[in-house]
Design a protein around this ligand. Structure first.
Ligand SMILES: [Ca+2]
Ligand SMILES: [Ca+2]
Length: 346
Protein backbone atom coordinates (compact mmCIF):
# COMPACT_ATOMS: atom_id res chain seq x y z
CA UNK A 1 0.00 0.00 0.00
CA UNK A 2 1.45 3.31 -1.05
CA UNK A 3 0.86 5.04 2.29
CA UNK A 4 3.48 2.89 3.94
CA UNK A 5 7.05 4.04 3.99
CA UNK A 6 8.92 2.66 1.05
CA UNK A 7 12.22 3.22 -0.60
CA UNK A 8 13.87 2.50 -3.87
CA UNK A 9 16.55 -0.10 -3.55
CA UNK A 10 19.04 -0.40 -6.33
CA UNK A 11 21.40 -3.33 -6.20
CA UNK A 12 24.66 -2.45 -7.81
CA UNK A 13 26.29 -5.27 -9.59
CA UNK A 14 29.45 -4.83 -11.49
CA UNK A 15 28.39 -4.88 -15.08
CA UNK A 16 29.52 -3.00 -18.08
CA UNK A 17 27.96 -1.39 -20.99
CA UNK A 18 29.90 -1.43 -24.15
CA UNK A 19 29.90 1.32 -26.62
CA UNK A 20 28.30 4.70 -26.86
CA UNK A 21 25.31 5.62 -24.65
CA UNK A 22 24.56 8.82 -26.45
CA UNK A 23 21.07 8.96 -27.99
CA UNK A 24 20.74 12.37 -29.54
CA UNK A 25 19.99 14.89 -26.75
CA UNK A 26 18.80 12.23 -24.33
CA UNK A 27 20.82 11.26 -21.24
CA UNK A 28 23.79 9.14 -22.19
CA UNK A 29 22.59 6.33 -19.91
CA UNK A 30 19.33 6.07 -21.86
CA UNK A 31 20.02 2.87 -23.75
CA UNK A 32 16.53 2.32 -25.11
CA UNK A 33 16.29 5.70 -26.83
CA UNK A 34 13.15 6.97 -25.08
CA UNK A 35 15.07 9.70 -23.25
CA UNK A 36 14.15 8.23 -19.86
CA UNK A 37 16.56 6.37 -17.61
CA UNK A 38 14.47 3.54 -16.26
CA UNK A 39 14.42 -0.17 -15.57
CA UNK A 40 14.29 -0.94 -19.29
CA UNK A 41 17.75 0.60 -19.54
CA UNK A 42 18.96 -1.48 -16.63
CA UNK A 43 17.52 -4.59 -18.25
CA UNK A 44 19.32 -3.84 -21.46
CA UNK A 45 22.48 -3.15 -19.53
CA UNK A 46 22.16 -6.46 -17.71
CA UNK A 47 21.67 -8.29 -21.00
CA UNK A 48 25.00 -6.96 -22.16
CA UNK A 49 26.86 -8.33 -19.18
CA UNK A 50 29.78 -9.17 -18.87
CA UNK A 51 31.52 -6.86 -21.35
CA UNK A 52 32.35 -4.59 -18.48
CA UNK A 53 33.54 -1.08 -17.99
CA UNK A 54 32.86 0.12 -14.47
CA UNK A 55 33.02 3.80 -15.37
CA UNK A 56 30.04 3.41 -17.68
CA UNK A 57 28.02 1.65 -15.00
CA UNK A 58 28.90 4.34 -12.49
CA UNK A 59 27.75 6.99 -14.95
CA UNK A 60 24.42 5.26 -15.41
CA UNK A 61 23.93 4.89 -11.67
CA UNK A 62 24.68 8.56 -11.18
CA UNK A 63 22.19 9.62 -13.83
CA UNK A 64 19.59 7.23 -12.46
CA UNK A 65 19.92 8.58 -8.96
CA UNK A 66 19.84 12.15 -10.14
CA UNK A 67 16.37 11.79 -11.58
CA UNK A 68 15.15 11.67 -7.97
CA UNK A 69 15.33 14.89 -6.04
CA UNK A 70 16.78 13.85 -2.67
CA UNK A 71 14.67 16.51 -1.01
CA UNK A 72 11.43 14.92 -2.19
CA UNK A 73 10.16 12.22 0.14
CA UNK A 74 8.51 9.04 -0.97
CA UNK A 75 5.37 9.93 1.01
CA UNK A 76 4.37 12.66 -1.44
CA UNK A 77 3.40 12.68 -5.09
CA UNK A 78 3.88 15.31 -7.77
CA UNK A 79 0.75 17.26 -8.61
CA UNK A 80 1.30 18.68 -12.09
CA UNK A 81 0.98 22.36 -12.86
CA UNK A 82 -2.13 23.48 -14.60
CA UNK A 83 -5.50 25.18 -14.49
CA UNK A 84 -8.55 23.66 -12.89
CA UNK A 85 -12.04 24.85 -12.06
CA UNK A 86 -12.36 25.34 -8.32
CA UNK A 87 -15.54 25.43 -6.27
CA UNK A 88 -19.11 24.23 -6.48
CA UNK A 89 -19.84 22.95 -9.99
CA UNK A 90 -23.42 21.97 -9.21
CA UNK A 91 -24.88 25.00 -7.45
CA UNK A 92 -25.84 22.82 -4.53
CA UNK A 93 -23.34 23.59 -1.81
CA UNK A 94 -22.99 26.43 0.63
CA UNK A 95 -22.50 29.92 -0.69
CA UNK A 96 -18.90 29.86 0.49
CA UNK A 97 -17.74 27.72 -2.44
CA UNK A 98 -19.44 29.82 -5.11
CA UNK A 99 -18.79 30.92 -7.79
CA UNK A 100 -16.74 28.20 -9.44
CA UNK A 101 -13.67 29.84 -10.90
CA UNK A 102 -10.55 28.93 -12.85
CA UNK A 103 -7.36 28.65 -10.81
CA UNK A 104 -3.83 28.16 -12.12
CA UNK A 105 -1.52 26.15 -9.85
CA UNK A 106 2.22 25.65 -10.16
CA UNK A 107 3.40 22.10 -9.67
CA UNK A 108 3.84 20.94 -6.10
CA UNK A 109 4.07 17.78 -4.03
CA UNK A 110 1.17 16.53 -1.94
CA UNK A 111 1.08 14.01 0.87
CA UNK A 112 -0.26 10.70 -0.32
CA UNK A 113 -2.05 10.04 2.96
CA UNK A 114 -3.43 11.81 5.97
CA UNK A 115 -0.76 12.03 8.69
CA UNK A 116 -1.19 9.04 10.97
CA UNK A 117 -1.15 8.66 14.75
CA UNK A 118 2.18 6.83 14.47
CA UNK A 119 3.72 9.67 12.49
CA UNK A 120 2.34 12.31 14.83
CA UNK A 121 3.61 10.41 17.88
CA UNK A 122 7.08 10.25 16.31
CA UNK A 123 6.92 14.00 15.84
CA UNK A 124 5.78 14.64 19.41
CA UNK A 125 8.52 12.46 20.87
CA UNK A 126 11.17 14.13 18.70
CA UNK A 127 9.85 17.60 19.51
CA UNK A 128 9.78 16.69 23.21
CA UNK A 129 13.39 15.54 23.15
CA UNK A 130 14.34 18.85 21.53
CA UNK A 131 12.46 20.93 24.08
CA UNK A 132 9.93 22.23 21.56
CA UNK A 133 6.80 21.08 23.39
CA UNK A 134 5.59 20.40 26.89
CA UNK A 135 2.62 18.55 28.35
CA UNK A 136 0.31 19.90 31.01
CA UNK A 137 -2.63 17.87 32.30
CA UNK A 138 -2.64 15.73 29.16
CA UNK A 139 -2.62 18.68 26.75
CA UNK A 140 0.36 19.21 24.44
CA UNK A 141 1.59 22.78 24.09
CA UNK A 142 4.23 24.13 21.76
CA UNK A 143 6.85 26.78 22.17
CA UNK A 144 7.41 29.65 21.74
CA UNK A 145 3.83 30.81 22.23
CA UNK A 146 2.45 27.94 24.28
CA UNK A 147 -0.25 27.12 21.75
CA UNK A 148 -2.26 23.93 22.00
CA UNK A 149 -1.32 21.15 19.59
CA UNK A 150 -3.50 18.29 20.77
CA UNK A 151 -4.67 16.45 23.86
CA UNK A 152 -4.23 12.89 25.05
CA UNK A 153 -7.52 12.44 26.86
CA UNK A 154 -8.54 8.80 26.79
CA UNK A 155 -12.06 9.39 28.01
CA UNK A 156 -14.35 11.60 26.00
CA UNK A 157 -16.99 11.20 23.34
CA UNK A 158 -14.19 10.88 20.80
CA UNK A 159 -11.14 9.72 22.77
CA UNK A 160 -7.66 10.63 21.67
CA UNK A 161 -5.91 7.84 19.82
CA UNK A 162 -2.55 8.70 21.38
CA UNK A 163 -1.46 8.37 24.99
CA UNK A 164 1.02 10.15 27.26
CA UNK A 165 2.59 8.19 30.12
CA UNK A 166 4.54 11.09 31.55
CA UNK A 167 7.68 10.26 29.56
CA UNK A 168 6.66 9.56 25.98
CA UNK A 169 3.76 9.44 23.56
CA UNK A 170 2.41 6.14 22.32
CA UNK A 171 -0.42 5.13 20.00
CA UNK A 172 -3.39 3.22 21.29
CA UNK A 173 -3.66 -0.40 20.19
CA UNK A 174 -4.62 -0.88 16.53
CA UNK A 175 -4.66 2.87 15.87
CA UNK A 176 -1.14 3.41 14.48
CA UNK A 177 -2.29 3.73 10.87
CA UNK A 178 -5.40 5.75 11.63
CA UNK A 179 -5.23 9.47 10.87
CA UNK A 180 -4.18 11.83 13.64
CA UNK A 181 -7.32 13.74 14.58
CA UNK A 182 -8.21 16.18 17.32
CA UNK A 183 -5.14 18.15 16.34
CA UNK A 184 -5.31 21.95 16.20
CA UNK A 185 -4.32 23.91 13.12
CA UNK A 186 -1.29 24.96 15.18
CA UNK A 187 -0.41 21.36 15.90
CA UNK A 188 -0.72 20.49 12.23
CA UNK A 189 1.35 23.51 11.19
CA UNK A 190 4.03 22.66 13.74
CA UNK A 191 4.29 19.12 12.38
CA UNK A 192 4.63 20.45 8.84
CA UNK A 193 7.38 22.88 9.81
CA UNK A 194 9.23 20.22 11.80
CA UNK A 195 9.64 18.14 8.63
CA UNK A 196 10.27 21.11 6.32
CA UNK A 197 6.83 20.74 4.79
CA UNK A 198 3.76 22.96 4.90
CA UNK A 199 0.02 22.66 5.03
CA UNK A 200 -1.50 22.83 1.54
CA UNK A 201 -3.44 25.90 0.54
CA UNK A 202 -7.04 25.02 -0.12
CA UNK A 203 -6.43 25.64 -3.83
CA UNK A 204 -3.58 23.12 -3.70
CA UNK A 205 -5.83 20.77 -1.77
CA UNK A 206 -8.68 20.95 -4.28
CA UNK A 207 -6.40 20.69 -7.30
CA UNK A 208 -4.88 17.56 -5.78
CA UNK A 209 -8.19 16.14 -4.55
CA UNK A 210 -9.84 16.34 -7.97
CA UNK A 211 -7.17 13.96 -9.24
CA UNK A 212 -7.19 15.39 -12.75
CA UNK A 213 -10.95 14.89 -13.21
CA UNK A 214 -13.00 17.82 -14.44
CA UNK A 215 -16.30 18.92 -12.97
CA UNK A 216 -16.95 15.80 -10.90
CA UNK A 217 -18.76 15.75 -7.59
CA UNK A 218 -16.27 13.42 -5.92
CA UNK A 219 -12.57 12.64 -6.43
CA UNK A 220 -13.52 9.52 -8.41
CA UNK A 221 -16.72 10.57 -10.25
CA UNK A 222 -20.30 11.64 -9.65
CA UNK A 223 -21.68 8.92 -7.37
CA UNK A 224 -20.64 7.64 -3.96
CA UNK A 225 -21.02 4.41 -2.01
CA UNK A 226 -19.40 3.00 1.11
CA UNK A 227 -16.95 1.23 -1.20
CA UNK A 228 -15.43 4.62 -2.07
CA UNK A 229 -14.75 6.29 1.26
CA UNK A 230 -15.23 6.31 5.01
CA UNK A 231 -18.25 8.44 5.84
CA UNK A 232 -21.08 8.23 8.33
CA UNK A 233 -22.20 4.69 9.05
CA UNK A 234 -20.92 1.49 7.54
CA UNK A 235 -21.42 -0.68 4.46
CA UNK A 236 -19.38 -2.35 1.75
CA UNK A 237 -15.68 -1.70 2.31
CA UNK A 238 -16.49 0.92 4.94
CA UNK A 239 -16.57 -1.03 8.20
CA UNK A 240 -15.65 1.93 10.40
CA UNK A 241 -17.91 4.07 12.55
CA UNK A 242 -15.10 6.50 13.31
CA UNK A 243 -11.68 6.70 11.62
CA UNK A 244 -10.32 4.07 9.25
CA UNK A 245 -6.66 3.17 8.65
CA UNK A 246 -5.37 5.54 5.99
CA UNK A 247 -5.35 4.08 2.50
CA UNK A 248 -8.27 1.71 3.08
CA UNK A 249 -9.99 2.82 -0.13
CA UNK A 250 -8.82 3.31 -3.69
CA UNK A 251 -6.70 6.40 -4.40
CA UNK A 252 -7.75 9.19 -6.74
CA UNK A 253 -6.19 9.90 -10.12
CA UNK A 254 -3.08 11.44 -8.57
CA UNK A 255 -2.60 8.52 -6.18
CA UNK A 256 -3.94 10.31 -3.09
CA UNK A 257 -5.89 8.40 -0.47
CA UNK A 258 -8.80 9.55 1.67
CA UNK A 259 -9.18 13.05 0.22
CA UNK A 260 -12.90 12.48 0.69
CA UNK A 261 -13.85 11.37 4.17
CA UNK A 262 -11.95 9.72 7.01
CA UNK A 263 -10.18 12.73 8.61
CA UNK A 264 -11.22 16.27 7.86
CA UNK A 265 -8.07 18.10 6.67
CA UNK A 266 -6.67 21.43 7.76
CA UNK A 267 -5.45 23.78 5.04
CA UNK A 268 -3.13 26.75 5.40
CA UNK A 269 -5.55 29.50 4.43
CA UNK A 270 -7.53 31.82 6.60
CA UNK A 271 -11.23 31.14 6.08
CA UNK A 272 -13.29 33.82 4.36
CA UNK A 273 -16.78 32.90 3.23
CA UNK A 274 -16.68 35.33 0.29
CA UNK A 275 -13.10 34.71 -0.81
CA UNK A 276 -13.96 32.98 -4.09
CA UNK A 277 -15.49 36.19 -5.43
CA UNK A 278 -12.11 37.94 -5.37
CA UNK A 279 -9.63 35.06 -5.31
CA UNK A 280 -6.68 35.63 -7.66
CA UNK A 281 -6.41 33.28 -10.61
CA UNK A 282 -2.82 32.22 -9.97
CA UNK A 283 -1.83 30.23 -6.87
CA UNK A 284 -4.27 31.78 -4.38
CA UNK A 285 -3.13 31.62 -0.77
CA UNK A 286 -6.19 32.86 1.05
CA UNK A 287 -7.40 36.29 2.06
CA UNK A 288 -4.60 37.34 4.39
CA UNK A 289 -1.09 36.48 5.57
CA UNK A 290 0.71 33.89 3.51
CA UNK A 291 2.22 31.28 5.82
CA UNK A 292 5.60 29.87 4.82
CA UNK A 293 5.84 27.37 7.70
CA UNK A 294 9.38 28.48 8.33
CA UNK A 295 10.86 29.94 11.50
CA UNK A 296 7.63 29.53 13.43
CA UNK A 297 5.79 32.09 11.30
CA UNK A 298 2.61 30.02 11.73
CA UNK A 299 2.59 31.07 15.38
CA UNK A 300 1.74 34.59 14.27
CA UNK A 301 -1.75 33.41 13.33
CA UNK A 302 -4.39 34.47 15.82
CA UNK A 303 -5.62 31.55 17.93
CA UNK A 304 -9.22 32.58 17.44
CA UNK A 305 -8.87 32.94 13.67
CA UNK A 306 -10.77 30.55 11.45
CA UNK A 307 -8.69 28.44 9.08
CA UNK A 308 -9.99 26.32 6.19
CA UNK A 309 -10.78 22.60 6.44
CA UNK A 310 -11.46 20.41 3.41
CA UNK A 311 -12.61 16.94 2.49
CA UNK A 312 -15.31 16.19 5.09
CA UNK A 313 -14.91 13.27 7.47
CA UNK A 314 -16.00 9.97 8.90
CA UNK A 315 -19.21 11.42 10.38
CA UNK A 316 -20.29 13.36 7.28
CA UNK A 317 -23.29 12.37 5.15
CA UNK A 318 -22.22 11.16 1.69
CA UNK A 319 -23.34 14.27 -0.18
CA UNK A 320 -21.08 16.30 2.13
CA UNK A 321 -18.00 14.61 0.69
CA UNK A 322 -18.26 16.59 -2.55
CA UNK A 323 -14.79 17.67 -3.58
CA UNK A 324 -15.67 21.36 -3.73
CA UNK A 325 -16.99 21.54 -0.18
CA UNK A 326 -15.34 23.88 2.36
CA UNK A 327 -15.26 23.96 6.13
CA UNK A 328 -13.46 25.89 8.85
CA UNK A 329 -12.35 25.79 12.45
CA UNK A 330 -10.52 28.02 14.92
CA UNK A 331 -6.76 27.70 14.63
CA UNK A 332 -6.20 27.08 18.33
CA UNK A 333 -9.18 24.90 19.21
CA UNK A 334 -9.09 21.15 19.62
CA UNK A 335 -12.00 19.70 17.72
CA UNK A 336 -12.59 15.99 17.56
CA UNK A 337 -12.56 15.84 13.79
CA UNK A 338 -9.68 17.57 11.97
CA UNK A 339 -6.56 15.84 10.82
CA UNK A 340 -4.30 16.92 8.00
CA UNK A 341 -1.89 15.99 5.26
CA UNK A 342 1.23 17.92 4.27
CA UNK A 343 2.50 19.38 1.05
CA UNK A 344 6.19 19.84 0.40
CA UNK A 345 7.65 23.28 0.82
CA UNK A 346 8.01 25.26 -2.39
CA1 LIG B 1 -17.84 4.81 8.08
CA1 LIG C 1 -9.57 13.07 4.42
Amino acid sequence: MSCKTSSIIISFIVITIPGNFTQGRCPSADLTGDCFIDFDDFALMAAQWPATDFDDVAEMANQWLNIFDPHIRDDVVLIPAGEFRMGDHFDEGDLDNFPPHDVLIDQFYMGICEVTNREYCEFLNSALSQGQIHVDDGVVYGFPNGDQYCNTYPESSYPSQIDWNGREFTVLANKADHPMVMVTWYGAAAYAQFYDKRLPTEAHWEKAARGGLVGKAYPWGDSITHNDANYVGTGGKDIWNITAPVGSFAPNGYGLYDVAGNALEWCADKYDKGYYVRSPRSNPTGPEVTITFRNNDFTKVDLSEYRVTRGALWKTAPEGLNVGGRGYGKAGDIYYVPGFRCAVQD
